[in-house]
Write a protein of this length. Structure first.
Length: 215
């Protein structure tokens, strides 16, 4: 690999490796005191819209979707998420999907100086393959006048699924907005996700390609 970036790894982690069971692990670890005893931990409920005031970020979520704000990661779904277990509330096959919003400080890219788009895309494909996924499309595009990265993947088996993410930057932060789920649910909810994405606004947004230092 020509270079390694924590940004790329975090992107793929969120889209392909982060599961609702992982969310349960986050809550469980937060619910243990020094003696291993359980105590109450609460997360803010999210519905309607979500904002990150310090980054000037705002998005209108799909109507009726709700979930939890785990501080650095937000998860919402058509039927909501159980705050005690971190898993989807009971839902039909078409609703087994979740929308993820995450943020991270802009990482430093390490390695060779000749970073360019083709090298970056090759690295993304190989990294995806290493975790059992395939990059279907990886492009730098315009979204609401903003320069962003749009990544579409297919993962599986054992469960065949798809994921899509938009990676945006605001000053010293990267923001990920993604949708992930089994193929049936993903395809059924993609239009609603796209409508939500079109409502994204970021003050002081920066060019994602420049942020990851690509020529």
């Amino acid at each position: 690999m020509l270079f390694v970036t924590s940004l790329t790894l975090l992107t793929l982690f969120i889209l392909s490796e982060f599961t609702l069971a992982g969310a349960s692990d986050v809550e469980s670890s937060s619910s243990l005191d020094g003696n291993g005893a359980l105590f109450s931990t609460s997360f803010a409920n999210v519905s309607g819209s979500y904002s990150i005031p310090e980054l000037g970020f705002n998005i209108s979520l799909p109507g009726g979707w709700s979930g939890l704000d785990l501080t650095s990661i937000v998860m919402v779904s058509p039927t909501g998420i159980n705050p005690k277990t971190g898993v989807l509330n009971p839902s039909g096959d078409q609703d087994e999907v979740y929308l993820i919003i995450a943020r991270s400080k802009v990482p430093e890219i390490m390695g060779m100086a000749d970073h360019n788009v083709s090298n970056y895309e090759l690295y993304m494909r190989k990294t995806a393959e290493s975790i059992g996924c395939k990059v279907l499309s990886d492009k730098f595009v315009k979204l609401n006048g903003m320069n962003v990265e749009k990544l579409l993947q297919r993962c599986g088996p054992p469960v065949e699924g798809k994921s899509i993410t938009y990676t945006l930057s605001s000053e010293k932060y990267i923001i990920f907005v993604g949708l992930k789920g089994p193929t049936l649910a993903f395809d059924h909810n993609l239009e609603k996700f796209n409508e939500a994405v079109l409502t994204i606004k970021i003050e002081n947004q920066t060019n994602i390609k420049s942020t990851v230092k690509l020529k």
